[in-house]
Design a protein around this ligand. Structure first.
Ligand SMILES: Nc1ncnc2c1ncn2[C@@H]1O[C@H](COP(=O)(O)OP(=O)(O)O)[C@@H](O)[C@H]1O
Ligand SMILES: [Mg+2]
Length: 238
């Protein structure tokens, strides 16, 4: 665990906590600091992808997600919205087990969050994941759903990390949908539909690396498209 305990953060990335402000060295990070503070490149984004940098400040580690090198039009029109969407989801999920803590917004193309030392589940092959990992993944997914957030991109196994302690973390909330809000019937509905898709993640994972663990309920989930998937298929066929 990181030792910085930022309970709440306002839009400026300032930390607020009931029992006095906790220190978050990344709260006021600016774009010019990224280069100075980078100690490693976690992910070099290609095309529309973001780049993710390992940064260090006052002995603490953070991960900067940055879209500043993406193609111009995408950078102007799409990236800021993806970033905002992800930051909102992380903010809503502050203190949820298995979700990186949001440390602060840098500008409209970058933010900084807790660095998770872990291996993407995409790197594991058949038989390489211990069986206790699967209920843990489901536990984290249930946790975010209970807080009204659907992840929306768990099909990509690179968005789930396994730490050396055996903990599971979800990353990449760019497609997340927040539900459970008043006067937002469409988002609330979409969040429920996306949550049903998130729930296919563990069966899919088992199918890849441990098919012997698939239960009948898992098979049913794999065989039956969710309502949203059916709609999407119908639309795409046209
Ligand atoms: N908080 C983090 N801690 C450690 N590694 C991370 C973190 N966030 C992202 N990464 C790494 O960077 C990669 C790309 O990040 P991601 O948020 O998935 O961006 P993209 O939208 O390009 O898929 C991830 O697959 C993961 O390896
Ligand atoms: Mg990703």
């Amino acid at each position: 665990m990181m030792n910085d305990e930022c309970g709440m953060m306002n839009q400026n990335g300032d930390c607020k906590k009931g029992n006095g402000a906790a220190h978050n060295p990344f709260a006021r990070m600016r774009r010019r600091d990224i280069k100075k503070r980078t100690t490693g490149i976690i992910h070099r984004g290609r095309g529309y992808q973001s780049s993710v940098y390992l940064v260090e400040m006052e002995g603490q580690r953070g991960a900067v997600k940055d879209f500043s090198r993406s193609p111009r039009l995408f950078r102007r029109l799409v990236a800021p919205f993806l970033l905002l969407r992800e930051m909102r989801a992380l903010q809503r999920l502050q203190d949820t087990p298995g979700v990186p803590r949001l440390y602060g917004r840098i500008d409209r193309l970058a933010f900084v969050m807790e660095y998770i030392e872990g291996t993407p589940l995409a790197d594991f092959k058949m038989g390489e994941l211990p069986p206790e990992v699967f209920p843990r993944v489901q536990g984290v997914i249930d946790g975010i759903h209970q807080r009204g957030v659907a992840h929306g991109d768990l099909k990509r196994r690179s968005n789930l990390l396994l730490t050396p302690d055996g903990e599971i973390f979800l990353i990449d909330f760019a497609a997340a949908v927040i539900g459970g809000r008043r006067l937002r019937p469409l988002s609330n509905w979409l969040q429920k539909q996306m949550a049903a898709i998130d729930d296919k993640s563990v069966p899919r994972l088992k199918k890849f690396v441990a098919p012997e663990l698939l239960t009948q309920a898992d098979r049913d989930k794999l065989d039956n498209p969710t309502r949203l998937e059916k709609w999407a298929r119908r639309l795409l066929k046209r």
